[in-house]
Structures are given as C-alpha cells and as structure tokens.
Design a protein around this ligand. Structure first.
Ligand code: HEC
Length: 131
C-alpha cells in the first residue's frame, strides 16, 4: 500500500472531524485531484484545451473535462472507477493507470469531488440512471 503524504494525512484527520462525511470526501477528493489529475484535466476538471474532441499535435486526444461538460456523466460510477484504475494508455490513450498509486478511498474521493462539480440537474439525472 502506498502511504499517503503527510499533507494528505493531516487533511484526512481534520476532514474526519467534520460532521458531514460526504462533504469531507469531496474535500479529500479535491486534494487527491489536485495532486494527481489537475495536470491533465485542468483546474476544477475543466480541461486544458478549448476542444477536447480534437486530437493534439501528438495525434492523441487531450484529457476531457470531467466537470459535466463532456462525457464522464454518461458512464456509470464503476466505469469511471475502471478508467481511474486502468487509465487509457493500453487503449492508445494517454491517461496513466492509478490502480496501484492511489488507495480505493482516494479514488472514490476523487470521483466524489468530480461529481460535486456537476450541475445539480445533471447529478439528479445521473443518480436516477445509475443508482
Ligand atoms: C497524463 C494525463 C492524465 C492524468 C494525469 C489523468 N488523466 Fe484522466 N484522462 C486523460 C485522458 C487523455 C483521458 C481520455 C482517455 C485517454 O486518452 O487515456 C482521460 C480520461 C479520464 C476519465 C474518463 C472520462 C470519460 O469521459 O469517461 C476519467 C474519469 C478520468 N480521466 C479521471 C482521472 C482522474 C481521477 C485522474 C487523477 C487520479 C486522472 N484522470 C489523471 C488524461 C489524464
């Protein structure tokens, strides 16, 4: 198991004292996201390019936004978790696999954070479809 950084540990400890466990997962997820995902998916998961459907100069698709403006919300929580675990490199994409670099809790928290960025009508639709 990979040990979380001191900063994350401190954060987890302070987050655990919060009453609202869902909000603290989101807060932890933000830390995980900013440490591991923001380089490609951009601040608040808005993506780094104006058109994520267009291949870059390297012939590969850029990281899509995960904030509800692209496709992520079409995929079940399990599919999204699979992408985080397996990445996209195997399939010719660019995303590294996080299976062994993040704990299950960190992956779930990152996903909770991503979903917290979605507009509420999207979240409602998503929950009706997948829960
Ligand atoms: C090196 C750049 C890079 C990093 C770092 C990265 N991603 Fe990605 N991500 C991508 C790319 C590019 C795709 C599209 C698939 C591909 O090409 O691999 C993607 C796809 C995804 C998808 C699927 C989106 C969809 O529409 O189904 C999710 C979810 C995701 N990433 C989450 C994360 C999370 C969470 C992290 C951090 C733990 C992360 N990514 C880190 C580049 C990255």
């Amino acid at each position: 198991m990979k040990l979380p950084s001191i900063a994350l540990l401190f954060f987890l400890l302070s987050a655990c004292s919060s009453d609202d466990s869902e909000n603290s997962d989101v807060a932890i997820g933000k830390v995980v996201f900013e440490a591991n995902c923001v380089v490609c998916h951009g601040k608040e998961a808005r993506g780094l390019v104006s058109n994520w459907k267009e291949k870059g100069a390297d012939g590969k698709y850029p990281a899509p936004p995960l904030d509800g403006t692209a496709h992520a919300w079409h995929h079940s929580p399990l599919q999204l978790l699979n992408t985080i675990n397996e990445g996209g490199i195997k399939m010719g994409g660019q995303m590294p696999a996080f299976e062994n670099t993040l704990s299950d809790d960190e992956k779930q928290a990152a996903l909770d954070y991503i979903m917290s960025l979605w507009p509420s009508e999207l979240k409602t639709k998503y929950e009706e479809r997948f829960k």
